[in-house]
Design a protein around this ligand. Sequence first.
Ligand code: C2O
Ligand code: CU
Length: 547
Amino acid sequence: MLTRRELIRRGLWAPAILGAARGVFAQQETNDVVLNPSPAVVPFTRRLKIPRPHLPLNRPGATPLELARAQSIVQQCTAEDRFRHPAADPCDIYEVVMKPGLQEILPGTLTPISGYNGTYPGPTFFAERDRASIIRFVNRVGTITSVHYHGGHTPPDSDGVPMMSFGSTDIISPMAPYPGARTNVYPNDNPFPATLWYHDHGEDDTAENVYRGLAGFFLLGPNQSEADAAVRAVEAQLPSGYGRYDIPMVFQDRQFNADGSFAYNNFGHDGFIGDRFLVNGVIQPYLPVARRKYRFRWLNGSNARQYEFSLSSGEKFVVIGSDGGLLPQAADVKSLRMAPSERYEVVIDFSRYPVGSRVYLLNGLQQLSGRGPEQINMDSATPLVEFRIARDEADPSTIPDDLSPGVAQYISEHLTERPGLQVQNVDIRLNRGNGAWQINDRFYDPNRVDVVERLWTHSTWKLTNESGGWSHPLHIHDEEFSIIDRNGHPPAAHEAGLKDVFLLGPNDTVRVAAYWTGEKNIGKYVFHCHNLEHEDMRMMGIFEVVP
Ligand code: C2O
Ligand code: CU
C-alpha cells in the first residue's frame, strides 16, 4: 500500500497530478477514512509512569564495554569534525537505539510501539547548561528517521533537521545519506535551563514516527557556574526532585484497534486526532500526591490536538515556565491553552484539598479534526489525570515573585523592539494552496533557502495565519524567541517568556522577536507547522544563518 511519504517521494503529491491521485485514492484523499472507536478503558486504574532517566555511557562506574563504546562515539565525531566545543571538555556520551517494543497500554493487550531504546515515551535526558551531550542514535525501526532536540541551541549538523534523515541499519535509502546511525552533538548552550524534548523529524515521516512513540523529554538544568547562580537559587526554592515533586507529563492522543495496536490514518493530512488521552503513555492515569506544592512540566506531544487545561476544583494554578525557561514572573491562570510541541511548567498546590479527596486535571477543548479545536465546553470536559490527595507533608517549597530576572533581562536586551535597533523584517504567511498548507505560497523544498538571517543581528518575524478556519502551531528551530504582540496586543503573562512555538489560531497575527547567536550556529535550519501531518505535507521552510 502507498503511504503518505511514498506518495510524496514518488512525486504523486505534485499539484499537477493531484487530481489523478485523487481518483485512485478518492476515499483517503478526502480524509473520509473513519477509524473505529478504540476499545473501552476504565480511566484512573493505572498510575502515572515517570520516564526513566537515561544514563551516560561514560558515567562513573560504567563497564569497560560502555567506556569503549563511548570512546568509539567520540572517535567517530572527531573523524566527522562534529565537535563545536573543545573536545577535551567534560561531556556526557550516550547511545540510544530506536527500536520496536511492546507496551501494555490497554489492559490485557500489547501495543507495538517504536521507541527510543524501545520505550514509549523515550527515556528522559538530563543535561547541565554548557556541558555537551553526545548521543549516537541507531535506527532499528525500519522507517526514515532524524532526531531533533526541540528547543536546543544546536549546530545545524546535529539539529536533526529532516534534510539529514537516515534509514535503519539494513535499509539504504536514497534519502538517507547516513544509513544506520547518526550521532548528534549538543552543546546545551541555551541561555537558560528549560523543559525541552526530543522527537523524530524524519523527512515526510515525522508524524507517524512520533505517533508510534518516538518522543521523550530532555531536561536542561543549571550548571554550577556563577552565571547560573541566580537560576540555581530559584530552582532550589521550587518543588524539586524528578518524579517526586517535579513531574514531567507529556499529553498525547491515540486511537487503538481491537487488537491493541495503534490505529493511524496514513492519509489523514488534516492532522491526526485520537479518541484516547494518554499521559506519559498511560491512558488517563492517577497520581497519588501529598498536601503540598508540585512542579509539573507539561508538554503537548500530540500530533495535532490542542488542550485547554484546568482543575476540576475550578481553582487557579501557577504557570512558572514556558518553552525556553522560567517566566520572568509567575502567572496565575484558571485555564491554559497548549498547542502541539508547546511546554509550560506549572505549580499546583494540593494543600488546599483534604486527604482522601480527588482533583482532576481537565481538558475542556473539543477537537474532532486537525483543523483545530471547535470550542471550549466545560460541561463535557475530559478528565485526563486524577490527583489523589494521599497524605500530609511539610512543604518547604515557595514560588519566588521574580522567577527569572535573567530571562526578563535577556528579553529586554535582545528581544524587544526599541528605537534605533536595526531589525530585519521577515513576513511569514501561512496559507492554503494546491490542496494543502503552504508557507508564503510555497511547499517545503529541501534545496531552497526561504529566509536568510545574519548572525548577531535582530529580526522580527511577522507570522500571519491566512488559511481560513485552520490553526497552525509554528515552530522555529535554533533559538528561543519572544512574542512582541499577538493581534496587536502584548502577550498574556504566561506567553511573555521565552518561546519557540507560536500558536496561530484562525486569522491570528503574531510578531516574534529573534536574535541570532552562536558562531557554531551558522547554517541551515527549518521552521514549520508543528501539526505533524501538516509538516509532513511540507508546511515547512528553511532559514539559513550566515556569518
Ligand atoms: Cu519539534 Cu522541527 O520540531
Ligand atoms: Cu499547520
